[in-house]
Design a protein around this ligand. Structure first.
Ligand SMILES: [Zn+2]
Length: 411
């Protein structure tokens, strides 16, 4: 009998935890719900909701909104709205790269609280050890129980199970045991994925309801090389070895410039920041040996520099050419642009659309929207935060398919 009682108690505590997380997730998705709203939304009994909310209030996981915040004009007994207490749980996000290289601490509402930049080093071991000590210094002084997890964004192909980077060509990393070095002495769950995929996840997780409903969309990043995060029919494209959806290496010209991947004429060689920088250097006949960065070229174009404008328009043509292949292959509803492409969007949008319209069947474009990311330089870290949160909240119940699917990236 005792084992039956134990099994019953186990089921009861599992159910209790599941109901508690169901309530938490509902509050996350719909801030300012009242207890009555929660009863309707979750299907739990009013007494269960009251019991759970009282416990969450005691544990300071949620808080009641001051009635004055919602409606100063209303008097009398109004339902008390609830929201997550933002500082109750924390997330660490790590962005690995030569240019964007940092660790951030965020709350579980996704707001970044602290940022530490980590200088790049050619030795992966030295660099990753620096990264690990930066993570440690950021979480020092915080109760480890409040830290949900560490999310990691890497611009390359990763082996999620072994924790190794298979190939990050732009970093010069092949077969590097990234998680093996980072995880030492850090008793916090790690989650990681390809940077472009995480940028796409950030759009879905932190997006408006319309963005959350997207089933076919592409995020185009250009931090150093070019990456694409592809959501196809509601799932992130990964492929057999995790290298699926890497449109940066589709070939535009077999006789084109050599690419870091070993091929020639990849899309990346025409639209990466370096490609724009090379184009600008050639057009401006710059005497200086110092590279004008992609971001600076965007600024120069805005201030009327004709070479900068021309370099951007020529680059935008190649962006459009590559997108034609991508649109025909995937028929996306939305394409979102990051990095310098987002910053230059109003200067390049028209050229990109013109190339796409000239070369793509109209039925592929009937639902297509293109726009810059709302997250700016934070897209990758926001995605790493979203990855940790999606695991935490989708272990709860039926969160949207994208979030649940991504939860499997935990290691
Ligand atoms: Zn390539």
């Amino acid at each position: 009998m005792s084992h039956l009682r134990t099994a019953g108690a186990f089921r009861k505590s599992t159910l209790r935890r599941a109901n508690e997380k169901l309530v938490l997730n509902s509050i996350r998705q719909h801030p300012s719900l009242s207890r009555a709203d929660l009863v309707r939304l979750t299907g739990l009994s009013p007494s269960s909701v009251t019991f759970i909310i009282n416990r969450l209030l005691r544990e300071r996981m949620v808080e009641e909104l001051d009635q004055g915040e919602t409606s100063k004009a209303q008097v009398g007994r109004q339902p008390t709205p609830l929201r997550l207490r933002s500082s109750a749980r924390l997330v660490v996000a790590v962005e690995i790269g030569r240019i964007h290289s940092r660790v951030v601490l965020a709350n579980w509402c996704g707001e970044i609280i602290q940022t530490r930049n980590v200088p790049w080093n050619a030795s992966p071991t030295v660099y990753l050890q620096r990264m690990r000590s930066t993570i440690q210094s950021l979480i020092n002084g915080h109760d480890l129980q409040t830290i949900i997890g560490i999310g990691l964004a890497v611009g390359g192909t990763i082996h999620r199970r072994t924790g190794r980077v298979i190939a990050a060509e732009n970093l010069g990393w092949f077969g590097i045991d990234v998680l093996g070095i980072l995880k030492q002495d850090l008793p916090i769950p790690f989650h990681w994925d390809n940077e472009a995929r995480l940028c796409a996840l950030a759009e879905v997780w932190f997006g408006d309801p319309e963005q959350k409903r997207l089933h076919n969309f592409v995020f185009l990043t250009a931090p150093e090389g070019v990456g694409t995060g592809v959501l196809a029919d509601g799932r992130f494209l990964r492929g057999a070895a995790g290298a699926g959806g890497e449109f940066g290496h589709i070939m535009l010209d077999p006789n084109g410039p050599p690419c870091v991947c070993g091929n020639r004429g990849c899309w990346e060689q025409y639209v990466s920041p370096r490609a724009l920088e090379r184009r600008y250097a050639a057009l401006s006949n710059a005497a200086s040996k110092e590279t004008t960065t992609a971001d600076r070229i965007v600024d120069l174009a805005r201030s009327g520099d004709p070479a900068a404008r021309q370099a951007l328009v020529e680059t935008a043509k190649y962006v459009g050419l590559g997108l034609v292949n991508l649109i025909v292959a995937l028929n996306p509803e939305s394409i979102v642009f990051g990095d310098y492409l987002a910053r230059a969007w109003d200067l390049i949008e028209e050229t990109i659309w013109r190339e796409v319209r000239q070369r793509t069947p109209p039925y592929c474009l009937s639902q297509l929207m293109m726009r810059p990311s709302r997250h700016g330089d934070d897209a990758a870290v926001k995605g790493a935060i979203a990855l940790v949160l999606s695991d935490y909240f989708s272990r709860i119940h039926d969160t949207p398919s994208v979030e649940a699917e991504h939860a499997s990236a935990a290691v």
